[in-house]
Design a binder for this molecule. Sequence first.
Ligand SMILES: *Cc1c(COP(=O)(O)O)cnc(C)c1O
Ligand code: SF4
Length: 355
Amino acid sequence: MPKTIPLMAMDFAETATPNSQPNTDSSPSADWQQQLARAITEPRQLLEQLDLAADTFGDFSAASRQFSIKLPHAYLRKIRPGDARDPLLLQIMAQSAESHEVPGFKQDPVGDLPASRAPGLLHKYPGRVLLITTGACAVHCRYCFRRHFPYAQEQAGRDQWQSALDYIRTEPSIEEVILSGGDPLVLSDERLATLIDQLQAIPHIRRLRLHSRLPVVLPDRITDRLVEILASSRFDTALVIHANHANEIAADEIRVLRKLQAAGILLLNQAVLLKGINHQPEQQQALSKALFSAGVLPYYLHLLDPVQGAAHFDVSLQQANELMDQLRASLPGFLVPRLVREIEGEQSKTPANEL
Ligand SMILES: *Cc1c(COP(=O)(O)O)cnc(C)c1O
Ligand code: SF4
C-alpha cells in the first residue's frame, strides 16, 4: 500500500500554480479563486460561525488531522446556524467517529490503484477512461472514498497529462474521457481549455464528461468563459454534479446550472446514500425535485464505499432497497436515481438489485 498523502498537501500545490490569478485581478475567475483560497479549514472557526459549542462533535482533532476540513463560504451560507444535525454540516465536519476502526472499511475500497494505466488515468470500464486531473477539491466530504488516495503519485497534474494522453491515443476503443479528481473545476479556465484542446486532437474521442461538485459548492466557479469552453468543443458534453441534499441547491446554484444547460450540456447528478443526511424518502424526493428544477436529472445514488473513517454514514443494503421502492412509488421514473455500488474488478457499477 503506498503511503497516504494528505489532500491538504495537494491543495497547497494547486493554489500555487502559475495560472493562479494575482489578487489584484478583478475578473470573475479571480473572484472564485480567491473564494477558494479563503475556504474554511479550521473546525473551531466553523463551529463558531455556526454558533455551535466547541464540543458538539466530540474530539475531532485526530479526524481533522488525518483529513482536514474544507469548505468555501458559499457552502457555509447554506448551513443552518445552531443546528448540529444540518445535512450539509454533517457532510463536511470532522467527527470523533471517523477515528473508530470498523472491520471491512478500507483505505482503497474501490480498487483504483490496480486500474491505473498511466499517472492519473483509470481505465476500468470499456469505452471510457477517467482522468484524475488534480488531487484538490473545493470541499472535503467526510465520506469520500478518495480520502486516502495517494494523489501525489497518481494525479496527472501539471504537465504530466502527456502519458495519459498517449495511452488514450493508442486505444481507439476509448470514446469518452471523464475529467475527475479531486475536482477538475478547481483547475483554471485556461488549463482546462488546454487539456480539452489536446483531447479534441484525438479523433476517436466523441464524448467529454466532467465530474464536479463545484456547481453546488462554489457556484461562482461557473464563469462565462468556462461555459464557452465547454460549449465550443466538438464533443457531446455531460457534467455530472454531486449534490446529496436539496439544501445544496439554492438560487445561485440554479442560476449557474441553467446557464450550463442553456449551453447544451447534459446535466446529471450523482449522490452518495448517507445516513442522517439523505437516507429518508422525503429527503431523496426533495433532492430529485430540486435537481430537476435546476435542469439536472438524477443519475447514480451510490451505496457508501467502505472507506476507513466513514462507517457512521453507512446505510444497510436492505434499508437502501426499501428506500428505492418508496422512491419508485412516489416519483416519475426519470427522477429516480439508479442505486449502485462500485465493486473492484467489475465492468461497470453494479446495480443494487444484483448485489
Ligand atoms: C464510475 C467510473 C466511471 C463512469 O462510470 P459510468 O457508469 O459510465 O458513469 C468510469 N471510470 C471509472 C474508473 C469509474 O470509477
Ligand atoms: S466527494 Fe468529490 S468533492 Fe468531495 S472530497 Fe471526494 S472527490 Fe472531493
